[in-house]
Design a protein around this ligand. Structure first.
Ligand code: PGA
Length: 242
């Protein structure tokens, strides 16, 4: 796989019309477009080159449906044409209290439904200051990947290293990671994940924009990016991906 660029639109845009227009403008072969759930179907219809991704999924595989009000199953996402699902984003870990147990079940459900998980890991500001990055990220990997079926061929998992302190939350002046530091953590993630019965494909996410991506792109080990705020501007996303 060449580099992969995941557009995580989060809770944007407001209307289906705007989502469809953005999807058309970001329809590149190495892109995964992750719109909010209400627009998945409309976006899938207009994508010709990019893959479709979901931003979340229910914890368990429900091939025949189930009674879980408000949830969306991996089987439904697969039926809609999604091939990737973001799992364990820090915003969900923080605001929706997702824990590693739930995340491991989501990873399992996504794989069993025949899609690829994009597992997000990363340390917060305090953990970084205390030199705990490796410990925190290793634990997220070990627990998040704990339900992988070890008797089967290792599945490919996209792992997004997203240091929480570098996620922009829409603030363009937010502190960013240095490509050199990001590359070091990504190498550690690849080595650790390779011992956990998966084939890791490791990308970086944390306020990547058209201006700073070139610095990250110099490191061959950084296999792509998970782009939040900058993916809401098609021209900027295009500059990153080209
Ligand atoms: P950002 O978001 O690019 O706006 O920092 C990345 C993410 O949270 O996925």
């Amino acid at each position: 796989m060449n580099r992969l660029f995941v557009a995580n639109w989060k809770t944007n845009p407001l209307t289906e019309k705007a989502a469809v227009a953005l999807a058309k403008a970001e329809d590149f072969p190495n892109a995964v477009i992750c719109p909010p759930a209400p627009f998945l179907s409309a976006v899938k219809k207009v994508l010709k080159k990019a893959a479709l991704g979901a931003q979340n999924v229910f914890t368990d595989l429900l091939p025949a449906g189930g009674a879980f009000t408000g949830e969306i199953s991996s089987a439904q996402l697969k039926a809609l044409g999604a091939s990737y699902v973001i799992v364990g984003h820090s915003e969900r870990r923080i605001h929706l209290l997702e824990n590693n147990e739930m995340i491991s079940r989501k990873v399992e459900a996504v794989l069993k439904a025949g899609m690829t998980p994009i597992l997000c890991v990363g340390e917060n500001e305090n953990e970084k200051a205390m030199g705990r990055t490796e410990e925190i990220v290793s634990r997220q990997l070990e627990l998040g990947l704990s339900k992988i079926d070890r008797s089967k061929t290792p599945p490919q998992i996209v792992i997004a290293y997203e240091p929480i302190w570098a996620i922009s939350k829409g603030d363009p002046t937010h502190v960013t990671d240095s490509p050199e530091d990001a590359d070091k953590v990504i190498s550690m993630i690849r080595a650790r994940a390779s011992t956990l019965s998966v084939r890791p494909f490791v990308i970086y996410g944390g306020s990547v924009n058209a201006g700073d991506w070139a610095g990250f792109a110099e490191y061959a080990g950084i296999q792509g990016a998970l782009v939040g705020g900058a993916s809401l501007k098609a021209a900027e996303f295009k500059k990153i991906i080209k």
